[in-house]
Design a protein around this ligand. Structure first.
Ligand code: TRP
Length: 455
């Protein structure tokens, strides 16, 4: 084999690795569980339209900004702000990242726990019922039971702990590089199946025909939260991944490919769920439980349903792990690098905090479902963590990152980083920089103020 050949192959391998790891972090419950339920609650097509526009206008530029900060400093979010902003107070943005990452890890582990319960149920053959109402009952009786959701949350966090602590991350990343394409293929198969359902037309029209009257400030806010959540943006996860990139990794291209694949998988999930929702005559608006009631009914109609549903839930657990290890890294890097803790203590602390809040989140569906704040309003920690982290903290983090990279970094430095010293993308570069300086900061601020009812 001659030299240039070898070089080409090595480069190809790294490029693929870059995409696979960032996509591994991005693809998870956000695409398959959160996207369909948010779209269902926020008007379907109206939500999808806002989501796509936000991915293009804020998502890709902020993803590029996180990559630039990570690759040029090779640091965690605090270190990155410190190295690039010297003595300024910008590193405090890191605290938003820590709080958000722990909140997300808490409720995410509960949902990953549900996935594990459904994997277990699939294998044991307990997921075959006749009517959607029976699946509803099954989910309700599971999620309201006192100990099972807690047990699965703890098991999932223990797995996450073992992977993060032992540093077998490489292993899970390799595994997810194989599993993600398989997940993609079985999603395609489920899509074809859903497209043959009687409710296909109504389902597709719900998802793809935007009703412009439904585009309200709160729908736009939810779409923005979903975009940041799904792309793992705003808390420094992608910054950490950017720090593993090679000097010649094309940043804009990697960001665009990640955003494209991530959105594609979310849309596939929608194409699977909504035709079934309309075929079974259930409401698309039921929230976080939607997917867990619809998917098993879909699988039940397939030949070899036990195999399909077991494979699917297994892949989803793996996809969730490759996402939670990426978010755990943010607070672990903080504890080890800023607080000088050992890695094993940092991992225990991260897991313990997430377990504590995870248990309360899991109980929000059961024995804590009637909890109120001195009788004034209902406290539902699961919904609060989900809403507040995605719709408030992540966009806020993203806004600060875009202002910092767009306005505080030296222009020439930014252009050199984004273009790998002039070897990449002349045209999209201006768009990204324009997006970072003007569109993302003002757009995010405006959506916030309107969505939260402040203006
Ligand atoms: N994006 C992941 C998903 O869609 C979840 C995730 C991983 C995440 N790391 C993150 C969300 C960091 C926000 C921030 O499932």
């Amino acid at each position: 084999m001659n030299e240039p050949d070898k070089q080409n192959r090595a480069q190809f391998a790294t490029r693929l690795g870059v995409i696979a790891t960032t996509v591994g972090s991005a693809v998870g419950l956000g695409n398959i569980w959160r996207f369909p339920y948010e779209a269902g609650q926020n008007g379907g097509g109206a939500f999808l339209l806002c989501y796509i526009l936000i991915i293009l206008a804020f998502g890709i530029p902020v993803l590029c900004a996180e990559f630039v900060m990570g690759r040029s400093t090779r640091s965690n979010i605090f270190g990155a702000f410190r190295k690039l902003g010297s003595k300024s107070k910008w590193h405090n943005v890191g605290y938003i990242g820590i709080i958000a990452s722990i909140m997300i890890l808490s409720f995410y582990s509960v949902v990953a726990g549900w996935t594990m319960e459904y994997l277990y149920q699939s294998i044991s053959g307990a997921l075959s019922h006749d009517t959607p109402a029976q699946y509803h009952e099954q989910f309700v009786s599971f999620s309201t039971s006192n100990w099972r959701p807690i047990m699965w949350t703890a098991i999932f966090l223990a797995l996450n702990y073992l992977i993060v602590r032992q540093g077998v991350k490489k292993g899970i990343e390799k595994m997810s590089n194989i599993m993600m394409p398989i997940l993609f293929i079985i999603l395609l198969i489920f899509c074809v199946n859903s497209l043959m359902m009687p409710g296909a037309k109504a389902g597709l029209s719900f998802l793809f025909n935007p009703d412009f009257d439904k585009i309200t400030p709160s729908v736009i806010l939810s779409a923005m939260g979903q975009a940041f959540f799904s792309l793992s943006l705003g808390l420094g996860t992608m910054m950490t991944y950017g720090s593993y990139f090679q000097k010649d990794t094309p940043l804009v291209k990697s960001a665009t490919t990640t955003a494209l694949l991530d959105s594609l998988i979310a849309i596939l999930a929608g194409v699977i769920i909504f035709p079934a929702v309309f075929s079974f005559g259930v409401s698309p608006e039921q929230g976080p439980t939607l997917v867990f009631e619809i998917l098993p009914s879909i699988f039940n109609h397939l030949p070899g349903s036990i195999i399909w549903s077991s494979l699917f839930f297994l892949l989803l657990v793996i996809a969730s792990l490759s996402s939670t290890i990426s978010m755990s890294e943010v607070s672990i890097a903080y504890f080890t690098e800023e607080k000088k803790m050992s890695r094993s203590r940092a991992t225990i602390l991260n897991t313990a905090i997430a377990l504590f809040f995870g248990i309360i989140c899991a109980m929000s569906f059961g024995c804590l479902s009637d909890l109120t704040f001195f009788g004034l309003f209902r406290i539902d920690l699961f919904t609060f963590f989900d809403f507040f982290s995605s719709n408030v903290l992540l966009p806020l983090g993203g806004m600060f990152i875009s202002i910092f990279v767009g306005w505080k970094l030296d222009k020439k430095f930014l252009r050199d980083e984004l273009s790998n010293h002039g070897t990449q993308h002349a045209r999209s570069l201006h768009l990204i920089i324009f997006g970072l300086r003007y569109i993302a900061p003002t757009g995010i601020a405006l959506i916030f103020l309107m969505g939260l009812g402040i203006i």
